[in-house]
Structure formats: structure tokens, C-alpha cells
Design a protein. Structure first.
Length: 411
């Protein structure tokens, strides 16, 4: 009987774990993006309520990365880019050994932090991984891009990895690879995130075919997706808003979820460009309620907009505002014990065009326009203008806080 209870508990723990760490990701080769620059995307789900961006000085390289708010010097980070132009992210895999648990998740973050501080490119990352004592105690799909144009996924278990080259037409005929929470080399009877994978793959494929793969496209079409292809539901169709429904919906196999705490697109550089121009477009909270902002490692602490970094309360100002708005969307008055399942779709998106997500996208559209204009100028000059970068960060940080107060009553 005790054995049965233990087995049942473990199964429940695995189910909860795979639901909490339900990340979705993609790497798009520069050969299929409009500007020839590779893109690395991770949409992070975790039980850590809030994230922020921190700047670190590694053993060899400085880097900026997504970290949790509870530790100024964390053992782990969850995606990031370093001053050499090397970027890394992961999704947990639930169909390769070892079986998932919180320690394994933390080891993923530890390896990513180690890599950002020590690796200039994919080759050095592979050398680092091979040098670590085994078993590695991770089960992960690790994704990297570097300034040399390399773009790889590594399906990693305790003792080995399998590499998938995003630039190889034999491996990625359309120039991209998507991963969620299973590995292609793993047990097909296990794993999770198959519906999210199917949907993300459809969206990326469409973006590639229409030559539309940009950071802005990824945030709008992937990070803020409310579509479940398995049941043929797309909430943005308008069929699930008032007066046709109550405006409430149940969360199941969506990319945007209650547990989503950040979403990042690293835009790499073309061959010959300065690695300074590698840009980490960052959402530090729930994407439907949080504006994306760019981060540049070359700017050090000032390369991070101040509303993305740690404030006096130990949180990100923008991340906290996005989190509080998410909590309002999930504030069901009847099913309080299941608040992470039922959300107010009408509050996020509606036919009047004044939902949280719609207003966030309005702000973000102008932000992308102004920052992209500056980035194009810097590319022509061959370097980031640090003074202009700081000026833009301060301007937009202030503007976003003002707009969140005006639109949403956030302080």
C-alpha cells in the first residue's frame, strides 16, 4: 500500500512539474529571416511568480540574462546572451532521462549560466558540456546561437547529447526548429507540450513562408497566442467574446499560460557585424500584459532598461505591473481554488479593442518602431551608440510606466 501511494504521488508530482515548466521555444536560421539575422526564442513557464533581467560578470564574458527575483547572485539563469554574441536557452524535456524534478530544472539553469560566462560560440559550449562530470542530471532541449552564424538545438540527457543544426537543410528544410517539452530522440509515449509544439510549428512555418519572422512577429503571434489547434479554438476569432459567451475561458495547452513568467527573442548578428549589436528583446512577465523591451550586453547595467532590472522592492517594475494585471485576468470569483485555469478573456482581448493585450501591443508597436530606427543607424555605424541607447531606455521606461497608469491604473 505504501508503495502504491508513493508511486501515485510521484506520478502526480511529474504531472504538476511538466505543467509548471511548460516552456516553448524556437530557433530560426538567418537564411530565412527578412534581414538575414538568426532568432532564438524562449517562452518561459515556471512556478517562480516574477522574473527580471540581471547583468553578470562571468569567468570570461559578461552577460545579461533572465533570472528569478529572489536572489541577487543566483546559481541559475534561464536564458541570456553574452558579450561575445553567444546566446542560450532551454526547455525541459519530459521523455528523456533523468525524469523531471526541480533539481534537474535547476541544473539546466546552472549550465546555462556557466556557458554564458565561459563560451564565445557553440564549439566552446560543446567543449564545456563534455568537460562536466557525468551524470549531468539534466533532461533538456538546449538551444544556442552565436556570432559566427551557428544555430543548434541539443537534446541533452544524463550522459550525452544529440545536436540538431538549424542551418542544415537536411535537418531543418525550412530553416527553423521548434521545441517544447519533449525530445525527438526520446520516448514517444512520454513527454508533454505536443499540442503547443504543433501550434508553434504552424505559426513559425507561416512566418517563414511569408518572410515575416521578426521579434515583433514572434511576440504577437507566439508569445501572445491563445489558440489550441487540437480542438480548433482561436480566441482571437471573436467567437469567444461577449455577447456570444461570458468572456471567460479555460486554459488548456495554450502557449500563453498563467505560469508564463517571461518571453525572450535574441536577435543575432550577420557575419561581419559587431557582436555589440546582438539584441535581447525581453518580456519580463506575462506577455499579454507586458511590453517587450530590448537589452544590450555591451551597455552593462545601463544596457538594461531600469524597469526590467531590480528595483528597491527587489522586483522588476514592469514585471510586477504585468504580473498584477495577469492576476486580475485570472481572478475568478467562483472557482477560486482553480484560479490558474479560468481567465477573463474579455479583459485581455475584446471586440472594442481596449483589452489589456491590445493596449500593450499599441505601446509596443511604437516602441519597436523607434528602437528599430536607432538599431538600423547603429548597424550602419558598426556599433551601438551607448548615449542614445541610455536615452531611449530612460524615455521608454518612463513612458511605459505613465501609460500603464493611464490605461490600467497601475502604479
Amino acid at each position: 500500500m505504501k508503495k502504491l501511494i508513493a508511486i501515485t504521488f510521484c506520478c502526480l508530482l511529474m504531472a504538476v512539474s511538466s505543467d509548471i515548466f511548460a516552456c516553448t521555444s524556437a530557433i530560426i536560421s538567418g537564411r530565412v529571416t527578412p534581414d538575414g539575422r538568426p532568432l532564438l526564442w524562449k517562452h518561459r513557464d515556471t512556478d517562480a511568480a516574477q522574473n527580471l533581467v540581471r547583468y553578470f560578470q562571468g569567468d570570461k564574458y559578461a552577460f545579461s540574462a533572465i533570472a528569478q527575483t529572489n536572489n541577487p547572485n543566483p546559481r541559475s539563469v534561464w536564458m541570456g546572451v553574452n558579450e561575445a554574441g553567444f546566446a542560450i536557452m532551454n526547455t525541459m524535456s519530459y521523455n528523456i532521462e533523468p525524469t523531471e524534478n526541480e533539481e534537474n530544472a535547476d541544473n539546466n539553469g546552472y549550465i546555462m549560466k556557466l556557458a554564458l560566462g565561459n563560451c564565445a560560440d557553440a564549439e566552446e559550449f560543446e567543449s564545456l558540456l563534455n568537460s562536466l562530470e557525468k551524470p549531468w542530471l539534466i533532461s533538456s532541449n538546449l538551444g544556442v546561437i552565436d556570432a559566427k552564424g551557428n544555430a543548434y538545438y541539443y537534446e541533452v540527457n544524463n550522459n550525452e547529447y544529440i545536436r540538431f543544426d538549424v542551418n542544415d537543410p537536411a535537418t531543418a528544410p525550412l530553416g527553423y526548429i521548434v521545441r517544447s517539452n519533449f525530445s525527438f530522440a526520446g520516448d514517444t509515449e512520454r513527454g508533454s507540450g505536443y499540442v503547443r509544439y504543433m501550434h508553434a510549428d504552424e505559426i513559425v512555418k507561416a512566418g517563414v513562408m511569408h518572410n515575416a519572422m521578426t521579434p515583433e512577429f514572434i511576440f504577437n503571434e507566439l508569445s501572445r497566442s491563445f489558440e489550441n489547434p487540437l480542438i480548433g479554438v482561436d480566441l482571437k476569432s471573436g467567437d469567444f467574446n461577449r455577447p456570444k459567451t461570458t468572456g471567460w475561458f479555460v486554459e488548456q495547452d495554450l502557449i500563453a499560460r498563467y505560469t508564463t513568467t517571461s518571453s525572450v527573442v535574441v536577435q543575432g548578428v550577420r557575419e561581419g557585424e559587431s557582436v555589440e549589436l546582438t539584441t535581447m528583446w525581453t518580456v519580463v512577465s506575462y506577455p499579454p500584459t507586458t511590453v517587450a523591451m530590448p537589452v544590450w550586453v555591451c551597455g552593462g547595467e545601463e544596457g538594461i532598461p531600469y524597469i526590467l532590472s531590480q528595483n528597491e522592492e527587489g522586483r522588476s517594475t514592469l514585471g510586477n505591473m504585468g504580473y498584477m494585471m495577469k492576476e486580475k485576468a485570472y481572478a475568478h470569483e467562483i472557482e477560486k481554488s482553480r484560479k490558474t485555469r479560468y481567465f477573463n478573456w474579455e479583459l485581455l482581448w475584446n471586440l472594442q479593442g481596449d483589452g489589456y493585450m491590445q493596449l500593450v501591443q499599441q505601446i509596443e508597436k511604437e516602441l519597436f518602431r523607434e528602437y528599430n530606427s536607432a538599431i538600423e543607424s547603429w548597424r550602419s555605424e558598426g556599433t551601438v551608440n551607448h548615449r542614445e541607447m541610455k536615452k531611449l531606455h530612460d524615455k521608454w521606461s518612463t513612458y511605459i510606466v505613465e501609460k500603464y497608469y493611464e490605461y490600467f491604473g497601475m502604479k
